[in-house]
Design a protein around this ligand. Structure first.
Ligand SMILES: Cc1ncc(COP(=O)(O)O)c(C=O)c1O
Length: 405
């Protein structure tokens, strides 16, 4: 739609950009049915903690093949709930990856526990099981692997480690709704799996999150935790004609609204199609950029299927050493909304101030961080959008990468 000329002069230096309007790196897609579903709730008796909560949770649990799904007001709140249900408390340690959004580790701090960062594997950039083993201690309570970009982490390795050491595996699957791991849906493998429904994800409720689990005790605790530590919610009390309730533990108001759940339920009906579209886009990038000099595409293992929340490419140091930021700026100037995922969490100023300088503790994550650029990836992208990205990447690389054609 926005393709302009095939000028080879970079827009960064005054040439014609590939697009005149910026293609975002992620974006929601809402249908008229989605909008109608929210309007229907607005005209009903319950706009929060009503019937849509149960409907959405049941449909979501069935989709991923889990016994329980417990909704939360955000993915971060859902992670916090999972950490609390796992029993993480003051003085405990939780091992996680530095290559993630800071929320993954922040929820450990919410509990006055300590996040320990273990390095990632060089292929999938997910938490490395052997690095996790190095960081285990008598204080370790849980492991939080992240399904980076939508590719499942080494879940069975973490589960077997957890079994030997009495730990809990909380999978951060904020990127991986719709992904599969050894023929099982993400959401049905770990002790608890956490999803996010932020607008750039596969399914959105505006803000929102979910924890799936097969363990009844975790589901009970999660429901209570999101509702101030009170076991009976308002609707359940109304149903049974009771006013009496007790708060039995310290919880929060982390409830998702009925409006949001109606949107989630409606979005769920298109999830399979939307994940499929993301896979088509990833395949197209692979076909068209697979042989580009200076570019490493994301790796997929044969036992897993990513759901492609992100499409993070790496600028090969051999060809374009230190030029990631210039390439990033040049792509933006071409109208391509690239991004970077992620600054290793312990390099953020808050973590540096609180825990001291720890540069060097995860060398793979730190090196990869200097090479990463996330190309646009969302299911609403048109074929033309994908072609614009490919054209812009080719154009920019041919300028910056020594030896590129
Ligand atoms: C890996 C990861 N974990 C957790 C979160 C937090 O989710 P939310 O934004 O829904 O709170 C995000 C959000 O992008 C994320 O990417």
């Amino acid at each position: 739609m926005n393709a302009l000329s095939s000028s080879t002069e970079l827009a960064l230096f005054g040439g014609e950009p590939v697009r005149t309007t910026l293609l975002p790196y992620g974006h929601q897609s809402l249908t008229e049915d989605d909008i109608q579903a929210v309007l229907d709730v607005l005209r009903s008796d319950w706009i929060t903690t009503g019937p849509k909560i149960d409907e959405f949770e049941e449909a979501f649990a069935a989709y991923v093949g889990a016994k329980h799904a417990v909704s939360f007001s955000s993915g971060t709140a859902a992670l916090h709930g999972a950490v609390v249900a796992a029993g993480v408390d003051q003085g405990h340690e939780v091992i996680t990856t530095p290559l993630t959004f800071c929320a993954t580790a922040n929820v450990v701090l919410y509990q006055q526990a300590i996040p320990r960062f273990a390095d990632v594997t060089p292929d999938t950039l997910t938490l490395d099981p052997s690095e996790v083993t190095r960081h285990l201690s008598s204080k370790t309570k849980a492991i939080i692997p992240v399904d980076y970009a939508g590719h499942p982490a080494d879940l069975e390795e973490f589960l077997s480690l957890a079994e030997h050491r009495g730990l809990v595996v909380i999978e951060d699957a904020a990127h991986a709704l719709g992904a599969s791991y050894r023929s099982r849906s993400v959401g049905s493998v770990s002790h608890m799996t956490v999803f996010s429904f932020h607008p750039v994800k596969h399914l959105t409720t505006g803000e929102g999150g979910m924890v799936t689990t097969d363990i009844d005790a975790y589901a009970r605790q999660l429901r209570s935790f999101r509702n101030h530590g009170i076991d009976l919610d308002a609707r359940a009390r109304q149903r049974t004609g009771q006013w009496y309730y007790e708060m039995t533990s310290l919880g929060y108001n982390y409830r998702l609204t009925d409006m949001a759940c109606a949107l989630g339920l409606s979005q769920l009906s298109l999830l399979t199609r939307n994940v499929q579209r993301r896979r088509e886009i990833a395949q197209c990038y692979k076909d068209k950029l697979g042989s580009a000099t200076g570019l490493c595409l994301p790796f997929s293992r044969s036992d897993s299927e990513s759901s492609w929340r992100l499409y993070p490419v790496r600028i090969d140091q051999k060809y374009a050493n230190g030029k990631r930021d210039e390439i990033f700026r040049a792509l933006r100037a071409e109208g391509i909304g690239v991004n970077v995922h992620y600054i290793p969490v312990y390099l953020h100023p808050y973590y540096r101030t609180r825990f001291g300088e720890r540069a060097g503790i995860c060398p793979i994550a730190e090196k990869v961080y200097t090479e990463l650029i996330s190309l646009p990836m969302f299911h609403g992208m048109t074929d033309q959008d994908v072609n614009d990205v490919v054209e812009a990447v080719d154009k920019v690389l041919s300028h910056f990468v020594a030896g590129a054609c």
